[in-house]
Design a protein around this ligand. Structure first.
Ligand code: ADP
Length: 442
């Protein structure tokens, strides 16, 4: 990571310095070129005026050494040159500055020398119909300027790269500091250095860490609860069996004890079934088959199953359900409705009512189980979905409860992305609502 950041920094700096140097030299060279040509133009005008008044000779003395003067005839032959022998000079008609001067009155050009170290600047002015005056001057070429700038550019680059390494180092240390601190202080993040971009990540890690701890605690607690719950029926089975075995209970009494053993064994089975269901649902990949399920039909068959036990307790059942499809695991839906309805009957009063509703409402399906039973106090409402939580332990046990029914309901709801809400008043009754996403067949 550190290397990568550093490499990117260096790329950017090398690019920025190179591009700006090239641009700067190119721009200033353009300005420099214009200046030289402007100077030559001014010179040419003065010289042309002088030549017309007093001839060539007096001017030659006044000229700068580095300015070369050439007079070219309209046919391109050289009539005069201040440096070379005009006889040996080739025809100049093709030179761009001469051609332009002949055609338009003036012309200029810049030509690089063979070595590229210098450039020659030319300016030509037509002084009469058949004579062109040309001035030229040598100066450093743009390449020479680049070469001159090279040591400075390299020095600057070295300096900036050094600065980059230092900056990248501080930056990385600063960036990684919270992560390093977090790995050693997961339990308490209050002392960890923070910066805004880091907050969401730290919050996520913190929540996950807390969740892991919570679920570890829950597991320990659950194991303790399970052992405790299993112990009671097993103790009673063992006790009654011992009495029968020793011959202390005989005849009718032995029969009653066998009945008690039977009851405890059944209780064990229910408990173990519920525990198995919960641990199946806890698995990372629970064995679920999603299919279109009509909750109205499941509601009807659930009430049918519970008809007898309701009758025995003198409780009337009502159903108000409309065809409502959800995408769900059928068996889990049966369990969910069964557990809710079973509770509504078991925690009811003689002559009470249980009403089950299934309503498709826009893109939702609402399942409502309402009873006129004993109700749940505000303090207990927050806990009834916890494993093994029972408001009235003896009533729960007496009616075959395990304290796991609502925990299973909650689990199923979560797995189906459904929301549960509970409303209850002591002595009046309880309403539990589960809201599913409706399945609309396209
Ligand atoms: P249980 O097997 O004991 O019924 P549940 O998980 O189904 O366990 O419910 C937890 C507790 O919530 C019950 O013991 C009971 O005290 C309370 N409870 C659940 N449903 C109702 C209801 N409809 N009316 C009153 N109390 C209820």
């Amino acid at each position: 990571m550190k290397r990568k950041i550093l490499r990117n920094f260096i790329y950017v700096i090398v690019m920025a310095v190179t591009v700006s140097t090239v641009l700067l030299i190119w721009l200033s060279y353009g300005m420099f070129k214009n200046r030289v040509i402007d100077d030559l133009r001014m010179y040419a005008r003065v010289i042309s005026a002088c030549i017309q008044q007093s001839g060539m000779e007096p001017i030659m003395d006044a000229l700068d050494d580095d300015v070369r003067v050439t007079l070219v005839n309209a046919d391109g032959t050289v009539a005069f040159d201040s440096v070379a022998d005009e006889q040996t000079m080739e025809n100049h008609a093709e030179r761009p500055e001469i051609a332009n001067a002949l055609a338009q009155g003036e012309g200029s050009d810049v030509r690089d020398s063979h070595t590229l170290r210098t450039s020659t600047f030319y300016y030509a002015l037509r002084v009469s119909d058949d004579v062109v005056l040309r001035l030229s001057r040598e100066a450093s070429s743009i390449w020479a300027l680049y070469l001159q700038a090279a040591p400075m550019v390299l020095g600057l680059l070295a300096l900036l790269i050094g600065l980059c390494v230092a900056m990248a180092n501080t930056l990385i240390v600063h960036l990684l500091e919270p992560i390093e601190q977090m790995t050693s202080h997961l339990d308490d993040l209050s002392g960890v250095t923070r910066y805004p971009e880091m907050e969401p990540f730290m919050d996520m890690i913190k929540t996950q860490h807390e969740e892991i701890l919570r679920s570890a605690n829950m597991r320990v607690e659950f194991t303790a609860n399970v052992s405790h719950e299993l112990k009671t029926p097993l103790t009673s089975i063992s006790g009654y069996a011992e009495l029968i075995e020793s011959g202390m209970a005989q005849g009718e009494q032995a029969k009653t004890f066998a009945g008690e053993i039977h009851k405890s064994a059944n209780r064990l089975l229910t408990l173990i079934n519920d525990i198995i269901r919960l641990s199946q649902m806890d698995a990372p990949m629970p064995d679920m088959v999603f299919e279109p399920v009509d909750l109205a039909q499941i509601a009807a068959s659930t009430l049918d199953q519970l008809k007898l036990s309701a009758q025995n307790l003198g409780i009337s059942l009502q159903l108000d359900a409309r065809y409502a499809l959800v995408s769900a695991d059928r068996r889990m839906m049966e369990e969910l409705l069964y557990n809710l309805c079973d509770n509504a009957i078991r925690y009811n009063v003689r002559g009470g009512r249980v009403r089950m509703e299934v309503h498709p409402v826009r893109d939702r399906v609402i399942v409502r189980v309402q009873d006129t039973g004993i109700g749940i106090s505000k303090e207990n409402q927050a806990h009834v979905f916890e494993r093994f939580y029972r408001v009235d332990k003896s009533r729960s046990k007496a009616t075959g409860g395990t304290g796991l029914g609502l925990a299973i309901v909650k689990h199923i709801a979560v797995k189906h992305n459904a929301k549960i809400s509970l409303q209850s008043e002591l002595g009046t009754g309880t309403t539990i609502e589960v809201t599913f996403d409706r399945l609309v067949r396209g």
